[in-house]
Every structure is written in structure tokens, then in C-alpha cells.
Design a binder for this molecule. Sequence first.
Ligand code: SF4
Ligand code: SF4
Length: 173
Amino acid sequence: MNNQLRAFTDSCVLCGICTEVCPFYIATGNAKYGAMAKVEASGALFRGSSIGDEDLKTILLCTRCDHCQSACPTNIPVADIVQEARAELRKVKRVPDKYNSIAEAIIRSGSPMGTPTEKRRAYVPEGFQSPKKARYLYVPGCWSGIRLPETARASVELMIKAGIDFTILGDRE
Ligand code: SF4
Ligand code: SF4
């Protein structure tokens, strides 16, 4: 375990300023899903205490956007603490099965949904030749590329029309 991150959880003064800017608190209005609750839950985990389902859930709900650290008066790296806590969850076998399935799908097929490469490339407009080098790389991600390929295709067509120097991952999609 990273002792410095553990020490950060002890130095948190529980002021709650970070909670106000955390997107999970903003979306739910539930302080338990805000940044301060993640620091508290992580601290408990680091100290070897057993944590409940809500503590587990709040550790899993973090995009690592870093809004909390920017707001924290003592610059506590909440996202790094959460990441360390997730590693700890794995050690104590508290990672929910569905998260393990996602990790296995990524290892197996390169996609969290287990979607084969040909299907992930289906959004690419016919005849589009991606240059080997370009100023920008367009990565539609799973949601646009797989679930809403028409939006990814429209983005590519728009960039072609706008004359933007871009490429895509192609076979590494
Ligand atoms: S990094 Fe995580 S805890 Fe911090 S504001 Fe973003 S989502 Fe919330
Ligand atoms: S803003 Fe910083 S000190 Fe205050 S609760 Fe959040 S992490 Fe702790």
C-alpha cells in the first residue's frame, strides 16, 4: 500500500468542500457519493476496517476528473486515493463480479463490451483511408463507436469536410 496516500486520508479535515464539486454528488444530491465520502471510505479500507456496500459503491463511482483536488484547500489527491483503494479492493476480493467481467473482456478483446474489432470499426465511412500520421487522433470510444456508430461516422464525415488533419486507430481500434 502507498503510505503517503494513506497519510493523506488521515490529514483530511472533513470540510466537505470537495463534495460540492464532485459530479456524483451533483448528479445524485447524495453526499455519500461525493468526494469526501470516498476519502473516508478509502481511509477505512487502508486501516483494515471492513467497509459496507455504500462505501464500496462510492469508491467505484469516480471518474478521476480531479475537480475535488482543485477545490481542496490542502490539495489532497482524492483521485489517486480512490485508485489505491480500488487496488486494495482487489486484494481483499471485494471487486464486484461485473467489474471483473469488464476487465476480462478488455484483456480478451480490447473492448469492455467484448466487441470484436470488425464491429468496432463498422462506423468508419466506406473508402476512408486513415493516414499513418496526423495532427489529431479521433477515438470514438465504445459508446459512439459501438452503440451509436452513426454519430461516430458523422463526426468523421464532418472532419473530412472541414479539412481537419486527423486519423483513426484503424486495426488497433
Ligand atoms: S476525481 Fe472522483 S472524487 Fe474527485 S470530483 Fe472527480 S469523480 Fe469526484
Ligand atoms: S476538500 Fe480536502 S480536506 Fe476537505 S473534505 Fe475534501 S479532501 Fe478532505
